[in-house]
Design a protein around this ligand. Structure first.
Ligand code: ADP
Ligand code: ADP
Length: 227
């Protein structure tokens, strides 16, 4: 996957909250980075400035050395998978329709082979394709969310609290699946989580945010050793 770089990036929301405060940061292509921190520390805002769900107030965000601008947005977004907080499946659409929406919008007529392949990739049975989201468990739904994010064959995966309200066992299973996909597909992954244990387990690099700034930046090994 591509590298991602932030140069002096600030986000000030209308009303004056400075959610991200002059952050500069380079993320190597192919790495798995976890953004950790308390609620309100700016993690989601930082993540959403990568695919411009949030517009920076100042500074530049670059993907593979190219500035993310409004005019290039649709082209860039096609290379970015996004896993929503709280899953965000369309409830009135089947698993197949949820996963195949991106490719279908991009003009792919026959989505079934892609959907079957994506279900395989996230270890769900192919006959789940016709189910509605409310007939799935939380962990299964989140796997569908990951499959949908992979449908456009992104190099870069952005995940906002992918483990949301899952129980610990399901969390661990989904975490292992996400890490395996990262490695197998050669992705660059940026994952927001408030769970340090999850970050230490999955990521190559852990960034800790507080009040809109990055206050720690280390490998799990260094953090565990208390360096
Ligand atoms: P985190 O993901 O770490 O919980 P957020 O990036 O969601 O943090 O929020 C950082 C700060 O920005 C918080 O104070 C939050 O209330 C504020 N914020 C987030 N989104 C908006 C918004 N759309 N409008 C105004 N303030 C926002
Ligand atoms: P997230 O971590 O994804 O931002 P939140 O639960 O903090 O989730 O916020 C849910 C939605 O409300 C998001 O779209 C966020 O941008 C927006 N939001 C968060 N805080 C504020 C705020 N203080 N004022 C306005 N909108 C906000």
């Amino acid at each position: 996957g591509p590298s991602v770089a932030f140069a002096d990036v600030t986000k000030r929301y209308p009303g004056g909250t400075v959610a991200v405060d002059t952050v500069s940061l380079e993320i190597a292509g192919g790495s798995f980075v976890a953004l950790v921190g308390a609620s309100g520390s700016g993690k989601s805002t930082l993540l959403k400035m990568v695919n411009r769900l949030v517009e920076p107030s100042a500074g530049t965000v670059m993907i593979a050395g190219e500035e993310v601008t409004r005019t290039e947005l649709s082209r860039l977004r096609r290379g970015i998978g996004y896993v929503f907080q709280n899953i965000g499946l369309f409830p009135h659409m089947s698993v197949s329709e949820n996963i195949g929406l991106g490719p279908w919008l991009a003009g792919e007529k026959d989505r079934e082979p892609r959907v079957a392949e994506l279900l395989d990739l996230v270890d769900l049975p192919r006959d789940f394709a016709l189910r509605m989201p409310d007939a799935l468990s939380g962990g299964q739904r989140q796997r569908v969310g990951v499959a949908r994010a992979l449908a456009c064959q992104p190099g870069l995966m952005l995940m906002d609290e992918p483990f949301g309200a899952l129980d610990p066992v399901t969390r661990d299973q989904l975490g292992a699946a996400i890490r395996a996909l990262h490695d197998r597909l050669g992705l660059t992954t940026i994952m927001v989580t408030h769970d340090m244990a999850e970050a230490l387990l999955l990521a190559d690099r852990v960034l800790v945010m507080a009040a809109g700034r990055i206050v720690a930046d280390a490998t799990p090994k260094a953090l565990l050793a208390g360096e």
